[in-house]
Design a protein around this ligand. Structure first.
Ligand code: ZN
Length: 349
């Protein structure tokens, strides 16, 4: 591969998958950075697969891009994103930039020692101006780690910039959330996602899919670009095992969020009703446990159950409907009970 080809490949990787539908967010963030009004602590929030991780790296590149710095000095309004090919951008993309530390412990919790490592990173001064720390899935920090990080967030060193990503921001202590500029990513436009997914298949030479199969795949992944990309990577042969996506897509901080996401999924998952139900139960009980432990009075009074009752009924209805369509046997009584609708009656729905 020649040098030009390598550069081209890097460019392609840079604005590659995961960043669909984020144009407005990028433009707003770039505007803040260029105007010198960026908050030192940024938290990117949103469901799995929306591009939080990519956006975080994009932000780091944006903050450090040499071409950008020169342009800003010239007061140019042309360039908004990082260039993607200056020395700094390349180091960021290869995760070898000396002023950047990324804590990414997918699967395991982030502990005090990890945060201390980040703090020592901030202790070192950079001749170029900024020291950046990124914490992916910040909600996986232990309580002790959160407390430790709080010290940095309360009084960030002048050179420090912190970027957090989280799909469950409410799992973080209020003290942490209150110190961040929070940016919530929403689902991109559905037609755009479909178009993007088709384009990606074409670019990667994964063969041609029937229009209907493609539509189905995109739907089943809940229109989440990250999930679609992962699915196409893992199973290019139209393998449709979605239990893992079900798990990640219904993560939420509020029972209503979980139930809504589950109902959406049930609508498109058809025969996968059992997976959805199972994960809904796990997720809801985790939320209740957390709220109970935190002494939330609404939980103790049983108000929560009332609030979500309509959503639970809706979900049950949807699961029943899909079971019929998918010709799957569904023990409605059992499902109703597991959704906390113990006094459910056939005629009542
Ligand atoms: Zn650059």
């Amino acid at each position: 591969m020649t040098k030009t080809e390598q550069n081209k490949k890097r460019d392609a990787e840079f604005d590659w998958r995961g960043l669909i539908g984020l144009d407005q967010v990028k433009s707003d963030l770039a505007h803040l950075v260029d105007g010198g009004r960026m908050h030192p602590v940024l938290m990117l929030e949103g469901r799995a697969g929306l591009g939080k991780r990519h956006l975080a790296i994009w932000m780091v590149a944006k903050l450090l891009c040499r071409a950008n710095l020169q342009n800003t000095a010239k007061m140019s309004s042309q360039q908004t994103g990082p260039c993607g090919h200056c020395g700094s951008c390349r180091e960021v993309l290869a995760n070898i930039h000396p002023d950047v530390m990324v804590l990414d412990k997918s699967g395991s919790s982030i502990k005090t020692a990890d945060v201390e490592l980040l703090q020592s990173h901030f202790d070192v001064l950079s001749p170029d101006g900024l020291r950046i720390g990124v914490i992916m899935n910040a909600d996986s920090m232990t309580t002790e780690a959160c407390n430790r990080l709080l010290k940095t967030l309360e009084e960030p060193p002048a050179q420090a910039r912190v970027i957090l990503t989280s799909s469950r921001p409410l799992s973080l202590p209020e003290t942490i959330r209150g110190r961040c500029l929070r940016w919530r990513l929403s689902l991109p436009d559905r037609d755009d996602v479909l178009k993007w997914a088709k384009g990606m298949l074409g670019r990667e030479g994964k063969g041609s899919w029937a229009e209907q199969d493609m539509v189905e795949l995109v739907k089943r992944c809940g229109y989440s670009p990250g999930s679609i990309a992962k699915r196409l990577d893992d199973q290019p042969e139209n393998g449709l095992d979605f239990s893992e996506d079900v798990r990640t897509l219904i993560l939420g901080d509020r029972p209503n969020e979980v139930l809504k996401a589950a109902a959406d999924l049930a609508r498109v998952q058809k025969a996968k009703a059992a997976d959805v139900i199972n994960e809904v139960e796990v997720e809801l009980s985790a939320i209740y446990r957390k709220r109970l432990l935190s002494g939330d009075p609404a939980v103790a009074m049983g108000q929560e159950a009332w609030e979500t009752r309509a959503a639970r009924r809706q979900l049950l209805n949807e699961l029943r409907r899909q079971a019929v369509i998918g010709k799957v046997t569904l023990n409605t009584q059992l499902v109703a009970e597991s959704l906390g609708l113990s006094r459910w009656k056939e005629g009542a729905l």
